[in-house]
Design a protein around this ligand. Structure first.
Ligand SMILES: Cc1ncc(C[n+]2csc(CCOP(=O)(O)OP(=O)(O)O)c2C)c(N)n1
Ligand SMILES: [Mg+2]
Length: 791
């Protein structure tokens, strides 16, 4: 138990000034939702002063304002370095109101000045065409969390706190949000937070009792059950409950002080003694009415302290004089004339309660992480490359090679608090274990003598919650650091929606000059569709790429390195990029090494290219183009080419490998897209193209449908045929194997029919042999397992 905090009851004057601030923030929240004009109510309120469409969320806002006011107080009192993660991001009016009152808003947006004209702009712009969104979106100073899609506040908060020893991340969690799976898992982040090295998270469960139209679960379980639940998650919940403002200010001030005191004691203890038993961190449960201080009833129906206050409690104002009057009374209840002077400036009493400079939560650089961005110290990837004396002569496990490189990245003293690897318990399985050996896994839980590579100081974060992994990494990146998320390809779909949200965040952020670029969100998707033959159908899904392609072209990159050296070159590249989402799909199983490191690097730079050693189309040009993207499709295509060359050497083949999928899109759509001329140069204007692709065939068509020669594209890929079988059989089931590919070549070069029937029968025979062999012996035929590029 932490020693009692110093007694510090709020004086009457302090209560008055904090209440004035709260009233001002509430007034500004209501004003933003409702008013077009007459911001200081200098005239009687008329319907034309009110917005024609009322869009926003009132219910959560007074609680958020209350919390913000009290955090401001503790920041000022102890000069704390604190940011605010607003789980109920629909409380955008509150976030904006607070940034405005503390002055950070007008510094960034001078046209929203601290005067009457600025107030009018502030009100008008909210949820208004050409104005600002209704949530805690990137345009809100101090926000790293939009909160539109609920569930990620706590994992974002912890991500921000890792490796930021001085930072306290206050994280408001809606009691509805707390019902989501991602939020439930994120409570356990405290098992990974090291008080010696990391900052603190102060969760504040906002128990306002309701969601949109329902009570919340946590508000309707007995007090003791809630306390036990939160204690079970490893927190000491401190309760602030009630609705009387004066009593609540007093309680909240004491509780916030208690919580911060406990945090300080935990940190001092850990940092002075060096010991790191897992602390029981404090958290706050704020039980206050939803829509607190709003209309108590509307049309006779309970509104304050009920779900009816969630959005806009009073509506239809143009046709309802009584609602208009209720709004006017509601606004006047905050006594705006005491809070703003005649010119519309917040009063001295109100302004006196806010911190100054970068201690203001809207101006804290951690919430604009690009300001703190330091490039990674990257070792030369070439030193980690594998020998390649001739194409396909040697084998390598691509992700193991990448792992050795990442281990060097985490070992670099310059990167000690600047890089994290996250994953859902698959880092070793994905053969990145060198990173774990270099730094260990982060673990604050109990450790047994037989445990290996678990340490409070470990920098690899593993929790079996893809949501939490993603949230941590996003929080880490948004506060200016770097990282990589490695995941089974099929299960990355679990975070499809989080990916979407981050892509939207990046898209909106890059339009704001004041938001500085942050490091890219990097995914390594491995144990991919073609190498999950042991786990079967549930583990076979290449569709994340398609989710990613829906996002704006300039945000997303998809890399399909065909071998270990190319994976290494891509890794080195992506770790230097910013404001992107980079997706690498690469296998972990031993595979042929096709390119030297220098060739791989050049291949990555162009993103696509003809592989001369596999082609025989010069000087006269190809009869057919054989293209591939992905390590397994590349292997099968190269093997198919070997068969064609052996049996029909007169066929002129051009082999094209795609490592950067975005090169296929027109240059007008994606910055990496080839020009149409360059595309036609590679794929010709009239030759058949057979394309062996890692994922769903339609994706290649989608990317190339406007390209010259698209009508001649024939794509093989995953056809949703999966099961527990051999690796080669997976390709056969989906007609991506070398034998089917040879048949495709024969099909699309019909003038060769007379000479090719023998080869076709041989291929069908091979497929038949394969079918029988694997059923008899349980593994692939030796000439498949031991195949090497022969030429
Ligand atoms: C994942 C997700 N599901 C549904 C919604 C729709 N939604 C918006 S606000 C809300 C209720 C939130 O309640 P709570 O977290 O208690 O926030 P409060 O407004 O009460 O502070 C819901 C369901 C959402 N935004 N995100
Ligand atoms: Mg709620």
């Amino acid at each position: 138990m932490a020693p009692a905090p110093p007694a510090n009851p709020l004086s009457t004057t302090e209560i008055e000034s904090i209440d004035a601030y709260w009233r001002a923030a509430n007034f500004l929240s209501v004003g933003q939702i409702y008013l077009l004009d007459n911001p200081l109510l200098k005239e009687p309120l008329r319907a034309e002063h009110v917005k024609p469409r009322l869009l926003g969320h009132w219910g959560t806002s007074p609680g958020l304002n209350f919390i913000y006011a009290h955090l401001n107080r503790i920041i000022r009192q102890h000069d704390l370095n604190m940011i605010f993660v607003c789980g109920p991001g629909h409380g955008g009016p509150a976030m904006v109101a607070n940034a405005y009152l503390e002055g950070s808003y007008s510094e960034i947006y001078p046209h929203v000045s601290l005067d009457e004209a600025g107030l009018k702009t502030l009100f008008r712009q909210f949820s208004f065409p050409g104005g600002i969104p209704s949530h805690a979106a990137p345009d809100v100073p101090g926000s790293i969390h939009e909160g539109g899609e609920l569930g990620y506040a706590l994992s974002h908060a912890y991500g921000a706190a890792f490796d930021n020893p001085d930072l306290i991340v206050a994280c408001v969690i809606g009691d509805g949000e707390a019902e989501t799976g991602p939020l439930a898992a994120a409570w356990h982040s405290n098992k990974f937070l090291n008080p010696r090295r990391d900052g603190a998270v102060l969760p504040i469960l906002h128990l306002n009792g309701y969601k949109i139209a329902n009570p919340t679960i946590l508000a309707r379980i007995p007090h003791e059950e809630l306390r036990s639940l939160l204690r079970g998650y490893g927190y000491e919940p401190l309760f602030v409950e009630g609705s009387d403002p004066t009593a609540m200010h007093r309680d909240m001030a004491a509780t916030v002080m208690d919580a911060c005191h406990r945090i300080r004691v935990i940190q001092q203890d850990a940092r002075a003694r060096g010991a790191t038993p897992r602390p029981i961190w404090p958290m706050i449960v704020l039980r206050s009415p939803k829509g607190w201080t709003g209309p108590k009833t509307v049309d006779g129906l309970k509104t304050e302290g009920f779900w009816r206050s969630h959005q806009v409690p009073l509506s239809g104002l143009e046709s309802s004089p009584s609602h208009l009057q209720a709004l006017e009374e509601w606004l006047h209840s905050y006594r705006p004339h005491e809070l703003f002077d005649d010119a519309g400036r917040p009063s001295t009493a109100v302004r006196a309660t806010t911190p100054s400079g970068i201690r203001r939560m809207g101006a804290n650089p951690h919430a604009n992480g690009g300001l703190l961005y330091k490039p990674l110290d990257l070792p030369a990837a070439k030193e980690f490359s594998v020998a390649c004396t001739s194409p396909g002569a040697s084998l390598a496990e691509p992700t193991r090679v990448m792992g050795a490189y990442l281990a060097a990245v985490v070992r670099s003293p310059a990167n000690q608090s600047n890089f994290r690897l996250v994953g859902p318990d698959e880092t070793a399985s994905n053969r990145l274990d060198a990173v774990i050996e270099a730094t260990q896994r982060s673990w604050m839980g109990e450790r047994l003598p037989e445990d290996t590579l678990l340490s409070p100081d470990g920098r690899v974060l593993e929790i079996l919650s893809e949501h939490t992994c993603q949230g941590w990494l996003e929080g880490y990146l948004l506060t200016g650091r770097h990282g990589l998320f490695s995941c089974y390809e099929a299960f990355i779909h679990i975070v499809d929606s989080m990916f979407n949200q981050h892509a939207k965040w990046l898209d909106a952020s890059r339009k704001l000059a004041w938001r500085k670029p942050i490091a890219s969100l990097n995914y390594l998707l491995t144990s991919h569709v073609w190498r999950q033959d042991h786990n079967g159908f549930s583990h076979q899904d290449p569709g994340f790429i398609d989710v990613a392609l829906n996002k704006k072209a300039d945000i997303v990159r998809v890399y399909l390195p065909p071998d270990a050296n190319t994976l290494l070159a891509v890794t080195q590249h992506i770790l230097r990029t910013w404001n992107r989402i980079n997706i690498i799909v690469a296998g972990k199983q031993p595979g042929p090494q096709w390119l030297t490191f220098d060739e791989a690097e050049a291949h990555c730079r162009s993103g696509i290219g003809r592989w001369a050693w596999a082609s025989n189309d010069e000087p006269q040009g190809p009869d057919i183009v054989l293209a591939c993207a992905g390590d397994v499709p590349t292997l099968e295509m190269v093997a198919a080419i070997a068969l064609v060359k052996q049996h029909l050497p007169e066929i002129k083949i051009r082999m094209v490998n795609v490592v950067d999928l975005m090169t296929l899109q027109p240059g007008s759509v994606h910055p990496h897209g080839l020009s149409d001329d360059a595309f036609a140069e590679l794929f010709t204007r009239d030759r058949p193209v057979i394309f062996a692709y890692h994922g769903y065939p339609a994706t290649i068509h989608r990317l190339t449908y406007r390209r010259p020669n698209h009508a001649n594209f024939h794509v093989r890929g995953f056809m949703e045929e999966g099961t527990t079988t051999t690796p080669f059989d997976m390709t056969v089931l989906n007609r991506l194997d070398r034998f089917h590919l040879v048949c495709d070549v024969l099909d699309y070069l019909p003038h060769l029919t007379a000479k090719t029937e023998g080869l076709r029968s041989l291929m069908l025979q091979k497929l038949d042999d394969h079918h029988r062999y694997i059923r008899q012996f349980g593994q692939d035929m030796p000439d498949i397992r031991d195949w090497r590029w022969p030429l």
